[in-house]
Design a protein around this ligand. Structure first.
Ligand SMILES: Cc1cc2nc3c(=O)[nH]c(=O)nc-3n(C[C@H](O)[C@H](O)[C@H](O)COP(=O)(O)O)c2cc1C
Length: 144
């Protein structure tokens, strides 16, 4: 049987307020439970009031959860960085990996990506082979 088509989606956003450890834990538990049911995997980074998240799975599941996430009052100003077909998962086995960044690193990340988005027109997208994915993958490697 052939595997159903997979996509990944990457966005960054601004937290409504600085998240406490308890709030992050609550968010992760909620997300992991739901993602397991939907066979979604991925990675969440948080630091300095900034989130970056990658979700991977079948398109209807990824899009449905992203719709929910985008309406979540715990954050705002979402920037969709990528939504692309993938041949294999980068985060298989992770119902949602997590890495708590230093505040400064989180802000630098957000700054870099909003700048990247503002500058990069759709036509030169091919010249930017997923810097966001590279960063997220590095965090998965350090946690294995
Ligand atoms: C930064 C952030 C990341 C989130 N990631 C996920 C996720 O990966 N999976 C998920 O199901 N919900 C995630 N959520 C929570 C959803 O926004 C939503 O609260 C959840 O899907 C519950 O939906 P429900 O009220 O329909 O049960 C995230 C929320 C935030 C703020």
């Amino acid at each position: 049987m052939t595997e159903p088509a997979l996509i990944h989606l990457i966005y960054c956003s601004t937290a409504a307020h600085e998240m406490s450890q308890a709030e992050l834990l609550n968010l992760l538990q909620q997300s992991r439970r739901r993602n397991e049911q939907l066979k979604l995997t991925g990675m969440l980074l948080y630091g300095g009031g900034v989130f970056m998240q990658l979700l991977e799975g079948i398109p209807p599941a990824v899009d449905m959860v992203y719709q929910k996430i985008s309406r979540d009052p715990r954050h705002h100003s979402l920037i969709l960085l990528e939504r692309e077909p993938i041949s294999t998962r980068s985060f298989a086995g992770w119902s949602m990996g997590f890495h708590h960044l230093e505040a400064e690193a989180g802000q630098q990340l957000a700054g870099a990506f909003s700048l990247h988005e503002a500058k990069a027109g759709l036509e030169d997208k091919a010249c930017h082979p997923s810097p966001a994915l590279d960063i997220l993958r590095q965090f998965a490697r350090t946690q294995r």
